[in-house]
Design a protein around this ligand. Structure first.
Ligand code: RB5
Length: 148
């Protein structure tokens, strides 16, 4: 499975930790984030992660900024993306089971390294349940098709 990971300057350290964690587990990781702490604009990186998933270059995405919020807002503007900010494992699991989340977001200024690893692991192990949840996800995606 291929996972794209992206981040702004606030997320460099945690990105490197999560990238190494995923590679140790055998995942192929595509890094589209910044690799320095020089200030950058998080929407650029949220969009990069979102496009990589939407174009099928990666199966799932992980996006990290200071809070997880800005980068998730940007990723969610890409058609087909369901980006969820998850600061603990329960929400991360449910974001897969019920919402078929395809981009996991969190904040490097919010979660520590060990918690982030746990969030990522539980998120990757969780499976979309389909059924009534598919209907609801379809309703979300239909909003993208409407003229706004
Ligand atoms: C950058 O200082 C910070 O605003 C950004 O990382 C993120 O938290 C935005 O939502």
């Amino acid at each position: 499975m291929k996972i794209v990971i992206g981040n702004d300057h606030a997320g460099v350290g945690l990105k490197n930790t999560i990238k190494a964690f995923l590679e140790e587990k055998g995942y192929e990781v595509i890094n589209v984030g910044t690799d320095t702490t020089e200030s950058v604009d998080y929407p650029v990186y949220g969009e990069k992660v979102g496009r990589c998933v939407a174009d099928g270059k990666a199966d799932l995405g992980i996006a990290i900024c200071g809070t997880g919020l800005g980068i998730s807002l940007a990723a969610n503007k890409v058609r087909g993306i369901r980006a969820c900010v998850c600061s603990e494992p329960y929400t991360a699991v449910m974001s897969r089971r019920h919402n078929n989340c395809n981009v996991l977001c969190f904040g490097a200024r919010v979660v520590g390294e060990d918690l982030a690893k746990m969030i990522v692991e539980e998120w990757l192990n969780a499976k979309f349940e389909g059924g009534r949840h598919q209907r609801r996800v379809d309703l979300i995606m239909k909003i993208e098709e409407e003229k706004n």
